[in-house]
Design a protein around this ligand. Sequence first.
Ligand SMILES: [Zn+2]
Length: 287
Amino acid sequence: MYRLGIDLGGTKIEAILLDENCNAIQRKRILTPQNNYHKILNAIHLLVSDFLANIECSSIGICTPGAISKKTGLIKNSNTQCLIGKPFKEDLEKKLNRKISMENDANCFAIAESMMGITKEFDIVFGVIMGTGVGGGIVINKKIIQGRTNIAGEWGHHTLHQNGNNCYCGKNGCVETYISGPALEKRWKDLTGKSQKIPEIIQNLETSQAKQWKTEFLQNFGFGLANVIDILDPDAIVLGGGLSNIDFLYTEGKDSVYEKVFSDLVDTPILKNKLGDSAGVFGAALL
Ligand SMILES: [Zn+2]
């Protein structure tokens, strides 16, 4: 049977149809309608109708920015802000006239890498998204662990520095306010006076300010993930999102994590994803 996956992103909506062996047999991308909830619903409806015009599929999964509140059924913590507070899953099910599955992007990433990507061989996997925000998803024996209130894996809002940077979540010093792309670029600007993007910043890290920037980054990355290992002790950690392209996270970053873990033996593989930007849409199809 076929499975349909849809990845709703801030700029594009991607759909993929997988056959029973997880081969992609059809793919399509459209632009995300901006700031308009009903246009997003209609765009997904059209996309699904297009795919299902001639075939049947056993499941439809949607990868969304944000999580569904177990208390209200409404979307929360989403950077696509017109979704916040909306019964997105319920509205889509009404429109499509069938049941769907829905998960946030970190969970879709973690399941996709665990079923088809770099962490296929591992039982307990922690999937990390480091980009505009910092998120995480836990997969155990190929199953997403949502947790009692749908927040399992959200290491991005662990407190790293008690009186630290303000976070949109209402707390101070969250991991996300130090090692997300925007946070790192802001810190770079504070230290050097330059407005630069991460790929440009990491080209040259020789000045004393640049070294300070990198040391702080490695320390925060190390403490953040060491806390995760102390709780979950996963068989592997896989990095995704734009910052997963930073090579030193897999060498010096890994060392920084290892030296902070509470154990005499630390050898948790910290791996670069295999599916790249496609993890979200594959993960959605696998829900
Ligand atoms: Zn926070």
